[in-house]
Design a protein. Sequence first.
Length: 172
Amino acid sequence: MPSRFRWFVLGIVATAVAFAVGAYLFVESGGVSMETTAKPLPLEATLAHMALRASIGDAGEQKSPIAFNDANLTAGAHIFKERCAFCHGLPQQPPTDASRGMFPPPPQLFVHDQMVTDDPAGVTYWKVTHGIRLSGMPGFPEVLNDTQRWQVTMLVAHADKLSPAVLAELRP
Ligand code: HEC
C-alpha cells in the first residue's frame, strides 16, 4: 500500500475512534441526563422523528377494515377510557398527571392543537400497534385485538367530530 494512502486510512480510523471515545465519555460523565425535566439534547427531536418516520414507512397507506359508525366509535371510547386516558386525557378535562411528568409528554388527544386528526389513520394504527420505543407510548398487540386497535384509532382520528352520544361515553 502506498504510504500516503496508509496515513489517510489511519487518519480516518483515528478520527472514528476519537468520536466513539468522546461519545462514551460524554454519556459516562452524565452529559445525557435521564431526568424527564432535562432540556432535550441538540438534534434529539430531529433524530427521534427521523427514526420514527423511517420505522412507520408506508403504514399510512393502510385503510381501516372496519366501518365508520357510532357502534365502533363507542367501542373505541370504552377502550380509550380504560387504556389511554391516563396518559392522553379526556375531552374537557385538565392535562393528565402523566402529561405533566413524562418526557416526551403524551399529547392530550382531545385538545385541539394536540389531536392526531390530520395523520393518516394507518399511521395512528401503527403507533397503537407497535408503540414508540423510549417514549413511554406502549404498543398494544398483546392487549387489544386488530378490531379493537382500529376502533380506538378511529376514535382519536375523528376526535374533533364525535357525536354527542360518543362524547358522553368519554365523560370521566
Ligand atoms: C403510559 C402512557 C401512555 C399510554 C397508556 C398510552 N400512550 Fe399514546 N403516547 C404516549 C406518549 C408519551 C406519546 C408521545 C410519543 C412521542 O412523542 O414520540 C404517545 C403518542 C401517541 C400517539 C401519537 C401522537 C402524535 O401526536 O403523533 C398516539 C396516536 C397515541 N399515543 C395513541 C394512544 C392510544 C390510542 C392509547 C391507548 C390504546 C395510548 N396512546 C396509550 C404515552 C401513552
